[in-house]
Design a protein around this ligand. Structure first.
Ligand code: PLP
Length: 443
């Protein structure tokens, strides 16, 4: 109706006038209006629907408006809408218990934060204090990869490797290295095994050259997400674990994007032979229905703070609405087999479908991923692997939206990242849209 179309216009008008947006030049932003959603679909006020193959910022793992999560938030709001962190709260405890139940043996504590960035902040803080508590004064550096995103706050943005770090480099003690990425290997590797071994050699040399006794933590996304869904090659994560052990360094795995179902497993690292000391999580733990994140802590690091004050905290640590939403989201994911659905959709529908698209469209240089975590690497030349230019990416993104698909794009890539609840029919519909849109790209 006209009234609903007016609401869309009003939403755009208010947004342009008063809302300041993330990571953007503000003039000329033309963002889609989203008024509602259900499962893998979102719509504007006028009812124009789009398939959400972005899961927003790759966080709505359980899909939009899951009724059990909505009900849990409503019930908790009616019971107790907020409470300070220095209290014992049943929902907070239940949320923590459900999270550690999915973590490796020997990780039994959770520190809750407001999101992913401050989960990383606090994991880094724990690693540094833990080292100092052992008498290893001066173990302060954090090593992380160039191809990474860890969040927008003080240390997290400097630990980040991508372009967003550079205007923000005020935190000290951060060093970067190259992780494995066979398609654009930094190590002249031609096989996954070579890439893995040479990336590990490079990391060990960086550790030695920086001085092992100056390094508090190695920080890695188990599967680098925004940087391109870079599945680690065989032996890499276990090799990093071995280096951390050899040099007495804490291993922090960032599962903010990869965790809680995205790869078709509860944690992405479950698919590899590695146990971290600290796990940062956010996004998929409650699919963002209430902002939350946190750190899962090994018993050894937790023990550091038995008699020593932990120098960190937040007003909303373990907020009851967030806690209730975590309990409901994890229970629903378990009861409805949502993580397994993500695995099956990846193996049976998305993966084969994207490979078929690559056979047809010269512009696809590589398809990689698993579960509901995939990337299409777009190139203007398959031989040279020259990335598809930004203007062509922009046009493709517009075209996908005009065909009814909300995409996730980064650099020269389309990330195919629907909610874990996506159905085979929705995948088929999305593949047709990607197919039609890719056909418009002129090389
Ligand atoms: N770590 C990873 C791997 C992420 O992908 C993100 C967000 O995209 C973050 C950390 C930061 O999370 P947040 O935006 O909730 O602060």
């Amino acid at each position: 109706t006209d009234i609903q179309t007016d609401l869309d216009a009003r939403a755009k008008e208010l947004d342009r006038a008063h809302v300041f947006h993330s990571w953007s030049a503000q003039a000329g932003l033309d963002l889609p209006v989203i008024a509602g959603g259900s499962g893998t679909t979102v719509w504007d006020h006028a009812g124009n629907r789009m398939l959400d193959f972005s899961s927003q910022l790759v966080n709505v793992n359980i899909g939009h408006q899951h009724p059990a999560v909505i009900a849990a938030i409503q019930e908790q709001a009616a019971r107790l809408a907020t409470i300070g962190p220095a209290t014992a709260n049943l929902q907070r405890g239940e949320a923590a218990a459900r999270i550690v139940a999915r973590a490796p043996e020997g990780m039994n504590r959770v520190f809750f934060t407001n999101g992913g960035a401050d989960a990383i902040e606090n994991a880094i803080r724990m690693a540094r204090v833990h080292a100092a508590a052992k008498g290893e004064v001066g173990r302060e550096k954090v090593l992380s990869t160039y191809r990474s995103y860890h969040g927008n706050t003080g240390a997290a943005i400097v630990a980040t490797g991508d372009w967003r770090r550079m205007p923000n480099e005020y935190a000290r003690g951060h060093v970067h290295f190259f992780g494995p990425y066979l398609y654009r290997s930094e190590f002249w590797a031609t096989t996954p095994e070579e890439e893995s071994a040479r990336a590990l050699h490079h990391l060990e040399r960086v550790i030695q050259a920086e001085g092992p006794a100056t390094i508090a933590a190695l920080l890695l996304e188990s599967v680098p997400g925004t940087a391109g869904v870079l599945l680690p090659p065989p032996g890499y994560l276990s090799g990093v674990r071995a280096l951390a052990d050899r040099y007495g360094i804490v291993l922090i795995l960032d599962e903010v994007m990869a965790g809680f179902g995205r790869t078709g497993r509860w944690f992405a690292f479950d698919g590899y032979d590695v146990t971290p000391d600290l796990i940062a999580f956010a996004k998929g733990v409650n699919s963002g229905y209430v902002p939350v994140g946190g750190v899962i802590i090994s018993d050894e690091i937790a023990a550091t703070f038995d008699e020593r004050v932990f120098p960190g905290g937040l007003t909303y640590s373990g907020h009851p609405l967030a806690a209730a939403s975590i309990v409901a989201a994890l229970d629903a994911m378990e009861a409805e087999g949502i993580v397994d659905n993500a695995r099956r959709m990846g193996a049976e529908a998305i993966g084969p479908g994207l490979v078929a698209l690559a056979e047809k469209h010269e512009v696809i240089g590589e398809v990689r991923g698993e579960g509901v975590f995939w990337a299409l690497e777009l190139v203007s030349d398959r031989e040279t692997r020259e990335p598809l230019p930004a203007a062509a990416m922009g046009a493709l993104k517009k075209d996908l939206m005009s065909r009814g698909l909300l995409p996730f794009t980064a650099d020269n890539r389309i990330h195919v990242v629907p909610p874990c609840v996506v159905t085979a029919d929705e995948v088929a519909e999305a593949l047709e849209i990607y197919d039609a849109a890719l056909a418009t790209v002129r090389l």
